[in-house]
Design a protein around this ligand. Structure first.
Ligand code: GLN
Length: 553
């Protein structure tokens, strides 16, 4: 661990509303500063008591993102990895629960040497330890720390206290960015700064003052509002940054850098301004904007019950990976979410999948809608529609194959039917113990595992590598008793874990593209480096799209 540098810390806090885009702003700041030649890392501090995001329902909290080192964390970690094009570790993520757990464990181990262990100073002290440790482990010149929640609420107060204390010892190294929301009430038709003024005041009550304000809203910040923010929130006029809604989140680094935000931040942490080179990002964005041909992808899964917003949050890495794959080929992806229960009620409803250029079954848990998903997979297999099955999508593809090609109609996963006579997907004994004893937190097969790829397959061609490493998050596994039979009948086992001999990838022969992965490739896709499987899935989908177009003429 290197302690040499004069490290800088940029804290990003939220005002007025949650969900205004602190995560993407933090990630964008990182992308900008990286292009000024700094080494940058990003950290998320989440206010909830859960030790990790793994035990939270994704409909409530959004996607559970997984790091190589087995952490189940907030979806913003995915944004950081995508924008910074780097792999992060559990050192870059903390929750209130994790911080308290550490302090309590230290207390039990007499590490405080008989002292009274208190909320202050011991909790902020642990938070500061984690922030500086992440900076050291990543050897970053600049560390961006996003504090979850909104200023003014109880929950994140100890994180803000940690910032205040850090600022006392290193006043020249710390900047605070407030990402706030500026509403435009319909009956007034004018952008209002007052809620943001209150947010700055709430921050002042914690002993902090934002140096820059990122003004999120439907519209651009005009000069009148900029002046108001400067006067009434006490910031430099040029430090009010306009961040109106954009069509793609990847536009944001350019939007911020247009306003020289990088140098303004450097100034706030007492560094000299530097030129940045955003040319790679600019050419990537022109590719994003250029895509005209629409490729229709059906995402089939159980109904989440709370509409498209929740879906988009629960599957953000899948959505982003599809986009990365599509942009690589200069096309525009269009995703439709299809509730698989539809296919259970009406057996011929799967026909509508013929209109699509590709079908994805993403990860999932539980029994709801599973029979419908299996029908959708059968339709994609039989009608040669490009198919990508992610985790549950791989498990259910193998079950569909055993049922309908090998004729074992009772094939199932023990997750659906614990007593199935044909457990194609089963549970290994230590996992069964975990479930029996309610040990749910952090006990799935998590994080990076290697797989050896069989040569001469589409998957091999995609990766162009013998050995890969991908991230997992699942409890159940393919049962090797069925391995020879599916392989001989055409569902080839093409990826094997060299240590445990577990099946990690299957690929159907005589099909344009039919691949199932036990892991989640979406976690490793990057905007300018799409994941090979998403890239090849999109290639097959484009071919089908062109064929459908020809038939229509
Ligand atoms: N429910 C399945 C399992 O636990 C698949 C999990 C997933 O799709 N992430 O193994």
């Amino acid at each position: 661990m290197s302690k040499k540098k004069n490290r800088k810390f940029i804290f990003v806090v939220g005002g007025v509303l949650s969900g205004v885009g602190k995560g993407v702003t933090s990630a964008s700041i990182g992308a900008i500063l990286k292009r000024k030649g700094f080494s940058v890392t990003a950290l998320k501090a989440d206010p909830y008591i859960n030790v990790d995001a793994g035990t939270m329902n994704p409909t409530e909290h959004g996607e559970v993102f997984v790091t190589d080192d087995k952490d189940e964390c907030d979806q913003d970690m995915g944004n950081y990895e995508r924008f910074l094009d780097t792999d992060l570790t559990s050192a870059n993520y903390m929750t209130t629960g994790r911080v308290y757990l550490e302090v309590i464990e230290k207390e039990r181990a007499m590490k405080y040497k008989g002292k009274c262990v208190q909320v202050v100073p011991h909790i902020p002290e642990e938070i500061i330890r984690r922030i500086t440790r992440a900076a050291e482990l990543n050897d970053s010149d600049i560390t961006i720390i996003e504090i979850g929640g909104t200023v003014g609420e109880y929950e994140n107060i100890l994180f803000l206290e940690a910032v205040r204390e850090m600022k006392l010892t290193r006043p020249l190294d710390i900047a605070v960015v407030l990402v706030s929301y500026l509403p435009v009430p319909a009956h007034i038709g004018e952008m209002k700064t007052k809620p943001t003024q209150h947010a700055q005041r709430s921050l002042n009550q914690t002993g902090l003052h934002a140096d820059l304000i990122v003004a999120r809203g439907r519209l651009e910040l005009d000069s009148v509002r900029r002046e108001k923010l400067a006067n009434l929130c006490g910031i430099k006029k040029e430090n009010a940054i306009s961040a109106p809604d954009v069509s793609s989140i990847y536009e944001i680094p350019l939007k911020l850098e247009e306003q020289d935000m990088g140098n303004k931040l450097l100034k706030a942490v007492n560094l000299k301004p530097r030129k940045s080179n955003m040319s790679d990002w600019e050419s990537f964005i022109s590719k994003v904007r250029n895509g005209k041909r629409e490729i229709n992808i059906a995402v089939v899964g159980k109904y989440f019950g709370t509409g498209n917003f929740t879906l988009a949050d629960s599957y953000i890495s899948v959505i982003e990976a599809v986009k990365h794959g599509a942009w690589h080929h200069d096309v525009k992806p269009k995703l439709d979410w299809i509730d698989s229960e539809e296919f259970e009620k009406n057996l011929t409803a799967t026909k509508k999948l013929a209109e699509y250029d590709g079908v994805i079954v993403p990860g999932g848990f539980g029994t709801r809608g599973v029979e419908g998903i299996i029908r959708a997979i059968q339709f994609a297999r039989e009608n040669k529609i490009p198919y990508l099955g992610l985790c549950y999508g791989m498990q259910l593809a193998t079950i569909e194959f055993v049922r309908n090609v090998l004729g074992k109609k009772k094939a199932n996963t023990v997750e659906m039917d614990p007593k199935t006579p044909e457990p194609v997907i089963h549970i290994n004994p230590n996992q069964a113990e975990n479930v029996k004893n309610n040990r749910y937190g952090g006990t799935m097969r998590l994080g990076a595992y290697p797989a050896i790829i069989r040569k001469g397959t589409k998957v091999y061609k995609a990766y162009n590598e013998d050995m890969i490493s991908e991230r997992h998050r699942h409890r159940y596994e393919f049962n090797n008793d069925y391995r020879e039979a599916i392989d001989a009948a055409g569902l080839k086992v093409v990826g094997i874990n060299p240590e445990s001999d577990l099946v990690e990838i299957v690929e159907l022969e005589d099909h344009p593209f039919f691949v199932g992965t036990q892991f989640h490739p979406e976690f490793k896709s990057r905007p300018m480096r799409p994941h090979p499987l998403f890239r090849e899935f999109m290639r097959a989908a484009i071919t089908r799209n062109k064929e459908i177009e020809k038939l229509a003429v």
